[in-house]
Design a protein around this ligand. Structure first.
Ligand code: SF4
Length: 353
């Protein structure tokens, strides 16, 4: 058997067991390896101390095991950490680690991960969108962001664990749905990282056929739809996807998703000064989302260095949110983190400099 293109970090436990059988090994070895890789986050075959040297050699010749290379880490004044990571082919992605509430040792953690190198969707406010599309990540590369950053943080804090996972980094996750779903199922596995399925959020800019496909998957993740505007005219200006899937189609697909899964949908609304932050938009938004089981995250936009969008004043943000609540919508202002290191929404561009 020649050197495989199979990445050990992107395999289900059962796939590993089957592969080990093909190599003439006992099935329990597959389970041991899954645990070393996914739960104990080792970085090399030689760290799997209950495997013989001969088996370690055999595995290294047959499976790929390539931790992502950390190129740079930036720490925000609010504790948010942004990582520039290099893939095996030299392409670069970014992941962002956020801490919430409590004393340092008790903080909950959220990791925002990438699913593509670049992105083809071209949203106007997004630095990744300006890069264009390079390629999809594999399940192993998506899982690898969680494993490698856990390994890194554990050097400082043995108890470190990622509690929440958001597929909101570089790329449109639903354009890479099979690998995204595989990564979710691996990271949720009880013998791996055990990240709670309801603590995993997958975002989309609004791809209708893929939302329909996701609804068929019977997977209890949180679906977050980037809305950002309450009418087609405004949304067309900032999100090219709206020309293909205008709001009427998008909202109908969200209704079907809710009906099929029984889950609420989260709508993300980036609030931009003078663009979508007026009372007129409050009325449109409440009409658009009337009767839908939804949470709305209002995110005061972070300025992308060459962008033309600005953040509304705190007063304006508060007024907008209060007015939406008065219309009966469930709204939260999403805490803005890491904007000083360009780690916030729409600021990832794979350069980190
Ligand atoms: S916001 Fe998301 S979907 Fe839009 S260009 Fe950026 S990464 Fe792509």
């Amino acid at each position: 058997m020649g050197k495989s293109s199979l990445d050990v970090r992107g395999l289900y436990k059962n796939e590993l067991i089957d592969y080990l059988a093909q190599l003439g090994e006992k099935s329990f070895r597959g389970k041991q390896i899954f645990c070393w890789v996914q739960a104990r986050v080792v970085q090399d075959w030689s760290e799997m101390t209950n495997l013989s040297n001969t088996l370690q050699d055999k595995l290294s010749q047959n499976l790929r095991f390539s931790p992502l290379k950390l190129i740079l880490e930036r720490v925000s004044c609010d504790g948010t950490r942004k990582y520039l990571l290099e893939l095996e082919d030299g392409k670069r992605i970014e992941s962002v680690l956020l801490f919430h509430g409590g004393a340092i040792s008790k903080k909950r953690t959220t990791l925002c991960i990438s699913t593509q190198v670049g992105c083809p969707m071209g949203c106007e406010f997004c630095a990744t969108g300006k890069m264009g599309f390079v390629r999809n990540l594999t399940a192993g590369e998506i899982v690898g962001q969680v494993l490698d950053l856990t390994y890194l943080r554990k050097k400082e804090d043995q108890q470190f664990k990622i509690n929440n996972l958001v597929y909101m980094g570089m790329g449109e996750p639903l354009l890479n749905l099979p690998e995204v779903l595989k990564s979710i199922r691996i990271l949720n596995h009880e013998e791996g990282q055990k990240i709670g399925i309801r603590r995993i959020t997958v975002s989309t800019c609004g791809l209708v056929p893929q939302i329909e496909s996701l609804a068929e998957e019977n997977i209890d993740i949180v679906l977050a739809v980037s809305l950002h505007a309450p009418n087609d005219k405004l949304r067309n200006e900032i999100m090219p996807v709206n020309k293909q899937y205008p709001l009427g189609k998008l909202i109908n697909s969200c209704r079907r998703y809710i009906e099929k899964t029984g889950r609420r949908v989260t709508f993300e609304y980036a609030l931009v000064k003078g663009f979508n932050d007026n009372m007129e938009q409050v009325v449109e938004l409440s009409t658009l989302l009337r009767g839908i089981k939804a949470n709305i995250n209002v995110i005061p936009i972070n300025t992308v260095s060459d962008g033309a969008f600005n953040k509304p004043s705190s007063e304006k943000i508060k007024k907008f949110v209060v007015a939406l609540r008065e219309k009966g919508l469930d709204v939260v202002i999403r805490e803005e983190k890491g904007s000083d290191i360009e780690a916030a929404c729409g600021q990832l561009a794979g350069s980190i400099m």
